[in-house]
Design a protein around this ligand. Structure first.
Ligand code: HEM
Length: 714
């Protein structure tokens, strides 16, 4: 006999509730026997499964968005061949309406970006400081990494002078961890309440909306010269870090100090660092400017091409570890001040895992545009500190995503979905994709069997908020005196640079301030430079045609940090691009051999000929003298046999630009005629000539490993 009480329709749940609150964990209840949800399908109508195609399109036929097959999408439904168009044309209305709403707001900052999928492998070396499971030895975690510029709009050029975002989403078994960092380890401001101010200053002027994606204008320098805590970040931006050669050749930094918690509940303070396997390299300023016009997609193309070519970019994740003392200071540096670094010489970066990016996204909008990072996406073993910049970020990202991604369910967008069970009691809202069951999305409940349950102790691997002391202090809008030194670390950075890097910094300040209209702003920034270093100030002042002021503050000296320099070591050349200038008269076997040798060395050859098409031997040409430009190549080879084209001004332009950019140049056989025609000294540093193409290539690769022959231009 069925239980009479359940024969009466209207029972709210499949089981009668218990009087006491259920406390024994169990799987979520099945729906009542009369209930089913819709078949489990993807938005495209396919049965959900492992195959990613279920999230794309299916079927042979063009359909409406609700699956009706269409016979014609080229002609609207009209009253007769000459119209008018009928309002009843549902297909027309749906097609146009959807198109009309295809755009979503671009990110308020970091709008321009490119991303890739990959895998992170833990080394197990962080176990002493954190219980985060994804850092355990050999644990592999899928990741999605997005690189970006800060200031420019979504369609702006990649190679502008700016900070680069470096944000990684780790889909760990314990939920999502987002490491949302930059390629510069310090930030403009010490308190997130000023973020709108620095961004308003850096964005285009609100009246004319110029200039796009750059800091070389009055409002930016007005703000940073008045607001001197920005000077550290500004100096980093004026260095070659502001114009990276490639996303693959950038460091990344978590910037803030984070707190790690180990299995015993002990805490440490840490800073995150990404170290690229290919080293840290930049374009020259001339190159960066040329690239903005010649290939505004340079960085996103480089990332995608490298992955497609199998030259998977890699970074080691490392941490600097500091004792979690009550004052949160280390070696006199306030760890809560995000405008300060801790030099690696004082606290070495300890490797804890390897990131490899190995798959390109299949859809920019679905993945790169809709990915939603949030510094508050943390996993067990990693927690935040009281850094006032970080605290504001914890609010800002999910707030902006409500608008950018159109409602509160952005974590259900495929790229944002965790790879861990989700049972969150969040319900409904725009774009709700889940078909929830049960009647009791509240706790405590008895109607849904008490589900979901609190994870209790370590066994359930619940997230841990470290029970650190919070100071009993009066409310105040103020900050500690330890935040007041705005110049000593800027001086530290300047004095850690090699002479060629200092030259570039001087030129960058001179360019940027030279583009300001107001002399008072230039003078005010020169005053800041005087406090940083007298020589820096006088060199920039000379370029601006202004007097160099004396320092207005006494600034303490700090030891230079050689680790900050980008120059002086050798690095792998994987995925580097070699332009080979050839012509139909060049010995075809030599060209073929060099092309193969470049591939064999893990680099990418781009063959350049007088016209497009192919060489007589059938080797395809990727570029012609018209389409080739210096910025695309990390080094250039002039093939034997090219002498007949040596006087072509397009070849001379290429050779001269590559020479000015301090890139390696090689010539074999009579290829050196192109050097002579371009008035380039074959004996200059970084230029290799010889009879054997392969010998020249070997030497060229050796030069390339150092990135540039800086002694040529120093
Ligand atoms: C250490 C300082 C900071 C770093 C390293 C940083 C880094 C980043 C990165 C990498 C992105 C792009 C994420 C992506 O690829 O989608 C981003 C976006 C963003 N940041 Fe920050 N940021 C910092 C400070 C701040 C502060 C202080 C605020 C606000 C108080 C803020 C607000 C935002 C917003 C609103 C976005 C756009 C997010 C979106 O639309 O999805 N950031 N930030």
């Amino acid at each position: 006999m069925p239980d009479k009480s359940h024969a009466v329709p209207g029972a709210p749940a499949p089981e009668p509730p218990t009087l006491e609150e259920p406390t024994t964990p169990r799987e979520p209840l099945e729906p009542k026997p009369d209930q089913t949800g819709p078949d489990v399908r993807t938005p495209s109508g396919a049965v959900a499964g492992e195959d990613q195609a279920v999230n794309a399109q299916q079927g042979e036929w063009l359909t409406t968005s609700v699956g009706a097959r269409l016979r014609d999408t080229d002609h609207s439904l009209k009253a007769g061949e000459r119209g008018p168009t009928l309002l009843q044309d549902h297909h027309l209305r749906e097609k146009i309406t959807h198109f009309d709403h295809e755009r979503i707001p671009e990110r308020v900052v970091h709008a321009r970006g490119a991303a890739a999928h990959g895998v992170f492998t833990g080394y197990g070396t962080a176990a002493e400081v954190t219980c985060a499971a994804f850092l355990d030895k050999d644990v592999q975690t899928p990741v999605f990494t997005r690189f970006s510029t800060v200031l420019g709009s979504r369609g702006s050029a990649d190679t502008v002078r700016d900070t680069r975002g470096f944000a990684t989403k780790f889909y760990t078994a314990e939920g999502i961890f987002d490491l949302v960092g930059n390629n510069i380890p310090v930030f403009f401001i010490q308190d997130g309440i000023k973020f709108p101010d620095i961004i308003h200053a850096g964005k285009p002027h609100p009246d004319r909306e110029i200039p796009q994606a750059q800091s070389a204008h009055d409002t930016f320098w007005d703000f940073v010269s008045l607001h001197t805590e920005a000077q550290a970040h500004t100096m980093w931006n004026m260095s070659d870090r502001g114009i990276p050669r490639s996303f693959r050749m950038m460091e990344g930094f978590g910037i803030h100090t984070f707190r790690m918690i180990n299995a015993a509940g002990e805490t440490s303070l840490v800073k995150f660092h990404w170290k690229p396997r290919l080293g840290v390299h930049a374009q020259t300023w001339e190159e960066a400017q040329l690239t903005c016009g010649f290939d505004p997609d340079f960085h996103r193309r480089d990332l995608a091409d490298a992955i497609e070519a199998g030259a998977y970019p890699e970074w080691e994740l490392g941490i600097q570890v500091f004792p979690d003392e009550p004052d949160q200071m280390f070696a006199g540096i306030d760890l809560l001040d995000p405008t300060k670094i801790v030099p690696e010489e004082l606290a070495p970066v300890q490797p804890i895992g390897l990131l490899q990016l190995n798959r390109n996204p299949s859809n920019y909008f679905a993945e790169t545009e809709q990915v939603a990072f949030h510094p508050g996406n943390l996993v067990r073993g990693i927690d935040v500190t009281d850094d006032a910049l970080l605290q504001a970020r914890l609010f800002s990202y999910i707030d902006t995503q409500l608008t950018r991604l159109g409602g509160p369910n952005f974590n259900q967008i495929p790229i944002n979905r965790p790879h861990a069970p989700v049972n969150d009691m969040l319900r409904d809202g725009f774009h709700q994709d889940a078909v929830h069951r049960g009647v009791a999305p509240y706790r405590p409940n008895s109607l849904d069997g008490g589900c979901p349950f609190h994870a209790s102790g370590a066994d359930d691997r619940a997230f841990v908020e470290a029970p650190v002391e919070v100071a009993a202090a009066p409310k105040t809008r103020a900050q500690a005196a330890s935040f007041d030194d705005h110049f000593s670390q800027v001086r530290l950075f300047w004095r850690s640079m090699t002479p060629i890097e200092q030259d570039h910094i001087v030129l960058a300040y001179s360019f940027e301030l030279g583009k300001c209209y107001e002399q008072t702003i230039k003078e005010r920034q020169l005053q800041c430079l005087a406090n940083i270093d007298a020589e820096l100030c006088s060199r920039v002042a000379a370029n601006l045609g202004l007097p160099a002021p004396a320092a207005s503050e006494s600034v303490p000296d700090a030891d230079p940090s050689p680790a900050l320099s980008m120059v002086g070591e050798s690095w792998p050349v994987d995925g580097r691009v070699i332009g080979v200038v050839t012509c139909p008269d060049c010995p075809q076997d030599e060209v073929a051999a060099i092309r193969q040798a470049i591939f064999d060395a893990g680099m990418v050859p781009l063959l350049i000929g007088p016209t497009g098409g192919q060489l007589p031997s059938g080797i395809p040409l990727q570029r012609s003298f018209d389409t080739a430009r210096s910025i695309e190549y990390d080094a250039v080879l002039l093939a034997g046999g090219i002498a007949a084209h040596a006087d072509d001004p397009r070849v001379a332009l290429l050779v001269q630009e590559v020479f000015r950019q301090a890139k390696a140049i090689g010539a074999w056989g009579d290829g050196d005629a192109a050097l002579t025609a371009a008035a380039v000294d074959a004996a200059a540093p970084g230029v290799v000539v010889g009879d054997s193409g392969e010998q020249v290539l070997t030497e060229l690769a050796g030069l390339l490993a150092k990135h540039r022959a800086w002694e040529r231009v120093g």
